[in-house]
Design a protein around this ligand. Structure first.
Ligand SMILES: C[S@@+](CC[C@H](N)C(=O)[O-])C[C@H]1O[C@@H](n2cnc3c(N)ncnc32)[C@H](O)[C@@H]1O
Length: 269
C-alpha cells in the first residue's frame, strides 16, 4: 500500500488543499449541535484539528471560550484571517495553537474536548490514535466529555469498487481572483486489514487567462467500527457513553452508507 508521508491528510503539504477548503465544504449541519454541547458544558472548549475555524468561530460568537488546535500552519493562517473579521469580543474568546493532536500538553483541563468532522481518521496507526486519546483524557476535567465524529464505512460501501473511478463530488466554484475550480474524487487503494483507504481529491482549475491545471491531493484515512472504538477509548481511559448516526441522537447503525459514527465519551475514573 502506498505510504503517505504527510500525516495531516495533505493540509501541511499542499497550499491548494487549505486554500480551497472553505469552498468545498460549505457544511454547517453540526454547528448548532456544537454550540448546545458547549453551552451545556459551560466551557471553555478544546477543539482538535480545528482547521479554518468552521466551528470555532460560530462557537465564539455564541459566547464560548474556545481553544483550537491544528497541525497545519496553512489552515491556521486562513483561520486567523477569518477571526480578524470578527468583533474584538469574539476574537478575545479564541486561542489558536499549532500542535499535533497525536501528542500534546497544554497544561489545562476542559469540561469538553471535541474532534469534529472525521479528523481523527487521519490517524491511520493505532499507536497514534491511542496517544491522541490519552492526550484528550489528560485534558479533560473529572467527569468531562469528549465528542468526536468519524465516517462510517458500511459493509456495502466496502464491497463496492465503483468509487475507484473518478466521480464528481462538489459543484464548481469560483475563487475571488476568478479561477474556476471543480473537484472530483477517486479511491486509489483499500487495505481491508489495516482498515486504511487511500483517496484522491482532484481539483480541475481554469485560470482567468485560460491556463488549466489538474491538482491531486492524495491522502489516507482509517475507517473504524463501533466496538473497536469502544475498546480503543477504554485503553485510553475514556468510557464511551453513546454511539449515534446523526445529531438527533439516532443510534449508530453500521449499515448506513455515507453515514457517520458520532462518539460521546467521558473521562474514566
Ligand atoms: C477535514 S479538516 C477539518 C477541519 C475542521 N475541524 C472542520 O470541521 O472544518 C481536517 C483538519 O485536521 C487537521 N489535522 C490532521 N492531522 C492532524 C494532527 N495530527 N494534529 C492536528 N491537526 C491535524 C488538518 O490540518 C485539517 O485542518
Amino acid at each position: 500500500m502506498e505510504e503517505i508521508t504527510d500525516i495531516s491528510g495533505g493540509y501541511i503539504e499542499h497550499d491548494f488543499v487549505a486554500e480551497y477548503y472553505d469552498y468545498i465544504l460549505p457544511y454547517a449541519d453540526d454547528i448548532d449541535y456544537y454550540i448546545n454541547l458547549a453551552k451545556q458544558s459551560g466551557g471553555p472548549v478544546l477543539e482538535l484539528a480545528t482547521g479554518t475555524g468552521r466551528t470555532i468561530i460560530p462557537l465564539a460568537k455564541a459566547g464560548i471560550e474556545i481553544i483550537g488546535l491544528d497541525i497545519s500552519s496553512r489552515m491556521l493562517n486562513l483561520c486567523r484571517k477569518q477571526i480578524e473579521k470578527e468583533k474584538e469580543v469574539v476574537r478575545s474568546r479564541i486561542t489558536l495553537l499549532e500542535r499535533d493532536m497525536r501528542d500534546f500538553n497544554i497544561n489545562r483541563t476542559f469540561p469538553l474536548v471535541t474532534i469534529p468532522y472525521s479528523s481523527f481518521t487521519y490517524l491511520t496507526e493505532v499507536e497514534d490514535q491511542l496517544s491522541c486519546l490519552e492526550s484528550v483524557n489528560r485534558h479533560l476535567e473529572p467527569g468531562g466529555t469528549f465528542f468526536m465524529t468519524v465516517f462510517n464505512e458500511s459493509v456495502q460501501a466496502l464491497e463496492d469498487t465503483g468509487a475507484f473511478k473518478e466521480f464528481d463530488i462538489t459543484p464548481e466554484f469560483t475563487m475571488p481572483d476568478g479561477r474556476k475550480v471543480y473537484r472530483r474524487f477517486c479511491y486509489v487503494e483499500r487495505d481491508y486489514t489495516r482498515q486504511v483507504e487511500v483517496k484522491d481529491s482532484i481539483f480541475y482549475v481554469t485560470h482567468r487567462n485560460g491556463k488549466k491545471e489538474r491538482l491531486v491531493h492524495r491522502f489516507s484515512m482509517r475507517y473504524f467500527f463501533s466496538f473497536e472504538l469502544i475498546h480503543l477509548f477504554a485503553r485510553a481511559g475514556l468510557e464511551v457513553t453513546g454511539l449515534y448516526s446523526d445529531y438527533n441522537g439516532t443510534p449508530h447503525d453500521a449499515a448506513i452508507r455515507d453515514g457517520m459514527i458520532i462518539v460521546t465519551a467521558r473521562k474514566g475514573n
